[in-house]
Design a protein around this ligand. Structure first.
Ligand code: SF4
Ligand code: SF4
Length: 194
């Protein structure tokens, strides 16, 4: 992006730039339309025509390695696996993981996270936190999109309980059912917003 003082006169008056933008938009539209016509006529094309997916009414299949929403993994007794080593927070390029470590009442457990939060508005879903964790305490295998919360940015901060609950839900319902629940919530959300 150019600063205003670096722009030429034609760029400053915007008209030419708007025309260039429209040329790109309509170029893509007509190109896609042409591909659809060719495919409707049974012709083979080098690229496939773009299709809008009617999310959240239609589900797009994700690859098995899709990095979805985070969860904190649990032991069979329901205890959190995280040992508050801070490796995930250190590896996170967006600096969006906040951990407050605390001593555990069980002397066999060195530390646990009293507070563990991910600011999902800052998160870039790179998966570095998962790679960095030495005890498999954080995963992004839920298959879910980043959550869309109502307007307040504080709601996008997912706390320890939310991240632990996601593991319980995945365990109880499995990824398919979890995704259906998510889609239903998104459909309700769309009705409220539209
Ligand atoms: S996915 Fe990447 S940006 Fe998001 S919390 Fe993990 S390390 Fe940070
Ligand atoms: S999630 Fe893993 S890497 Fe992050 S603090 Fe806990 S144990 Fe360490």
């Amino acid at each position: 992006m150019k600063r205003r003082e670096e722009m030429t006169f034609l760029e400053k008056i915007y008209v030419v730039e708007i025309a260039k933008g429209l040329r790109v938009t309509f170029g893509k539209l007509l190109g896609n339309l042409w591909l659809h016509i060719l495919q409707a006529l049974g012709r083979k094309t080098a690229t496939s025509a773009g299709v809008a997916i009617q999310y959240p009414n239609v589900r797009r299949p994700y690859p098995a390695r899709y990095r979805g929403r985070h969860r904190l993994t649990l032991y069979e007794n329901g205890d959190i696996k995280c040992t508050s080593c801070f490796l995930c927070a250190t590896a996170c390029p967006a600096k969006c993981i906040y951990i407050e470590a605390s001593e555990h009442e069980d002397s066999n457990v060195e530390k646990f996270p009293k507070r563990y939060e991910i600011d999902t508005l800052l998160c870039i879903y790179c998966g570095y936190c998962v790679e960095a964790c030495p005890v498999d305490a954080i995963r992004m295998d839920t298959g879910l999109h980043p959550e869309v919360y109502p307007a307040d940015p504080r709601l996008f901060i997912e706390d320890k309980e939310t991240l632990m609950e996601r593991s319980r839900l995945l365990e109880d319902h499995g990824p398919e059912r979890l995704y259906e629940m998510h889609m239903r919530r998104m459909q309700q959300f769309e009705k409220v917003v539209v």
